[in-house]
Design a protein around this ligand. Structure first.
Ligand SMILES: [Zn+2]
Length: 358
């Protein structure tokens, strides 16, 4: 009786399949793979490669018939892949990708089952089932591990793990008033990215998530650096204790670096009530222009001039942080305001003062 020691090993790395599919079919195919556990596949030799015919189910619909031709080197590398399908897409579709991952994970077991076809009488049906079950569990573990690493490596920005509830950090910019001064604050929250690519309601982060919190698995490596930068910024709540604060004032060089890093994750957000809109940090500061406007005399005050400062179009929101920051909600951008050397403090004075003409 042959004892199979390779049933739980990959035939070839499933990541090698990604090369053959467009990113959309590939992402959907990996998602479908994790939801599908009843793929029925038949592997037969064909020339120097293999022919694979399989039924790939999707949700409640009738399964699609996928036919694939592949070649795998002795060293365990995928050298060729071609798949056609009975679905509307027809070729190189997500069902093909799903089948590809299945065969990458189960190929050895499938080849084994074939090689031992005539001696399977020695194995009881029970034993065969147990072996298949073990191989499946192992493969499932491997593919999850691999998907996790793929995502950490940030190979595809829009790649999201299936299973509907993947949590991410959101870095939310909001307006606040400090004295008379409008400023921006930044708050770390966590939210679930739903299947329709919409964000669930953001939740507060009260303390820095522990190392084993699953949320770290869906983050970019740079996001740990963001948490460190947060610790370098003053808390919005001045009574906050030393260490991590989830809501901070944006000031100084740390603020600039922080917004840039958050923007790189694709999850820097403008939060206004229920509105959540992604913001992109612009490296180029926005020019500020000043125009003098005549102010007619009023009861108590004589006629004068008022300096109107403006940066960008009408819809742009200014935060008189130090340094001053703008948010263009319409364009989904933010950045520094070039104040030509004026501090936020003097800018505020200018904005408030009228200059008498007499
Ligand atoms: Zn298909």
């Amino acid at each position: 009786m042959r004892v199979s020691s390779v049933a739980s090993e990959q035939w070839f790395p499933p990541s090698q399949l990604a090369f053959y599919f467009d990113s959309n079919a590939w992402a959907k195919g990996t998602a479908l793979y994790l939801q599908t556990d009843d793929i029925v596949a038949d592997l037969t030799p064909e020339g120097d490669g293999w022919k694979l015919v399989a039924q790939v189910p999707e949700h409640q619909a009738l399964p699609f018939t996928v036919t694939a031709h592949l070649r795998v080197s002795d060293g365990g590398n995928l050298q060729a892949w071609r798949s056609t399908c009975s679905c509307a897409v027809g070729r190189m579709c997500k069902h093909g990708a799903t089948l590809g991952i299945h065969v990458a994970m189960q190929g050895h077991a499938m080849l084994d089952a074939q090689g031992t076809a005539d001696v399977t009488e020695e194995l009881s049906e029970q034993q065969v089932l147990q072996r298949q079950e073990r191989a499946l569990q192992q493969a499932e573990y491997q593919v999850r591990d691999w998907l996790g690493r793929l995502e950490t490596a940030d190979v595809a920005q829009n790649f999201s793990l299936p299973g509907s509830s993947v949590e991410h950090f959101l870095y939310c910019m909001t307006t606040a008033v400090l004295g008379n001064r409008p400023v921006f604050h930044l708050t770390i929250k966590r939210a679930i990215l739903k299947r329709d690519n919409e964000w669930g309601k953001p939740k507060k982060v009260t303390s820095e998530p522990l190392a084993h919190d699953p949320i770290w698995r869906t983050c970019m490596v740079s996001e740990r650096g963001i948490f460190d930068l947060f610790k370098a910024c003053p808390a919005t709540n001045s009574f906050g204790s030393y260490g991590f604060h989830s809501a901070i004032k944006l000031q100084g060089l740390a603020a600039e670096l922080l917004l840039q890093k958050c923007s790189e994750t694709g999850r820097l957000m403008w939060e206004d009530g229920k509105l959540l809109k992604p913001l992109r940090w612009l490296a180029e500061p926005l020019n500020m222009t000043g125009t003098w406007q005549a102010v007619p005399a009023q009861e108590a005050s004589p006629a004068g001039w008022k300096l109107q400062m403006q940066a960008g179009d009408g819809g742009v929101i200014h935060g008189l942080n130090e340094p001053p920051i703008f948010v263009d909600v319409e364009q989904g951008t933010c950045g520094l305001i070039d104040t030509q050397g004026l501090s936020a403090e003097s800018l505020l004075l200018l904005l408030r003062s009228n200059f008498n003409s007499s």
